[in-house]
Design a protein around this ligand. Structure first.
Ligand code: ADP
Length: 308
């Protein structure tokens, strides 16, 4: 469906992407996972023709994007991070505006707008001005706008950032339904839980490069890490926990009263960890051994946290 070869892009002296290559199959839900500044938006903007790469090629159904721009653009829907809506217009008026930009008119536009507002759970609010909508509802209208022209592939740029959990779940349901209908999607996120939950295949991006790619199972299998030990304390200071870094260098994530150790040898690391906690007079509140997450894989690959 979509092939991108060796995309590179710099903004003046900032290198945003280096030789990013992707191959997306029809019907696939592909997740681009990486921390802020990794190059996710730049990748999506280039793939959806908003931005030109400095080098590299993009093929949609084996046709070059730039040589077949008009035809390819019809296949593409983009849900940008910035909400692209008019606050003083109603939901219907906003969708009509976008529909006309895509060349959809009359009855077709009317029925498409109705179908999408119903699909996104906003039919009851169709005549309300967008300025009365919550952040999550605006995101859903943005998704509707991207679907108006029946695209074959949809790019979603962090569609759940800054919205409440209920709206986030609604957006997940919409994405899962679109996926089950066979729509091809590329979804960017810095939340590993979203990539794990939604995506068939995940590309991990950091500092403008794709550093690993595969299904969640494939990524887990290729990792040396097997498990995570999660510890919660009732009485720690970050400085106390930092001492553990010296022993478990590069395998440890520390946040407030929590510590997560990624390990390939839980049998030896667990007793060592507990002994160190006792020696440091740390009060352990909770201890869990969990299976490997994308967060640990990211830490293993980059030496840093997804949320740094
Ligand atoms: P992400 O979406 O993963 O947060 P971006 O693609 O937005 O990452 O950014 C990648 C890098 O390019 C970052 O270092 C960012 O600061 C830089 N960048 C993005 N857009 C611009 C721009 N318009 N001008 C200059 N630098 C930019």
């Amino acid at each position: 469906m979509l092939i991108a070869n060796n995309l590179s892009k710099s903004y003046q002296n900032i290198i945003a992407l280096t030789n990013v290559s992707l191959s997306i199959k029809e019907g696939e839900l592909y997740g681009l996972l990486g921390p802020n500044g990794a190059g996710k938006t730049t990748t999506i903007n280039i793939l959806s023709s908003l931005l030109k790469p400095d080098s590299g090629e993009i093929l949609y159904q084996e046709k070059s994007l730039y040589q077949n721009l008009k035809e390819c653009k019809k296949m593409i829907g983009l849900v940008p991070q910035e909400i692209a809506l008019y606050d003083d217009l109603t939901a219907i008026e906003n969708l009509n505006f976008w529909g006309k930009l895509y060349g959809i008119k009359g009855k077709e536009l009317h029925s498409k707008t109705e179908e999408l507002l119903k699909f996104l759970g906003l039919w009851d609010r169709k005549k309300d001005k967008i300025k009365t909508y919550s952040g999550g509802m605006k995101r859903r209208i943005n998704i509707a706008a991207a679907l108006l022209h029946d695209p074959k592939i949809v790019f979603m740029d962090e569609p759940t950032v800054g919205i409440d959990p209920q709206s986030r779940n609604l957006i997940f349901e919409v994405i899962q339904e679109l996926h089950s209908r066979g729509l091809t999607m590329i979804y960017t996120t810095h939340y590993m839980e979203e990539a794990e939950r939604l995506c068939d295949r995940i590309g991990i991006i950091d500092e403008g490069r794709i550093i690993a790619e595969g299904s969640l199972d494939q990524l887990k299998k290729t990792s040396k890490i097997k498990e995570e030990i999660h510890l919660n304390f009732s009485n720690t200071q970050k400085e106390d926990l930092q001492n553990f870094n010296k022993v478990f260098h590069g395998q440890l994530l520390i946040q407030e009263n929590q510590m997560v150790l990624s390990t390939s040898q839980v049998n030896t690391d667990l007793p060592k960890l507990i002994q160190m906690c006792t020696n440091a007079n740390l009060q352990l509140e909770n201890l869990q051994v969990k299976s490997l997450s994308l967060e640990s894989i990211f830490l293993e690959l980059t030496g840093k946290s997804l949320r740094d």
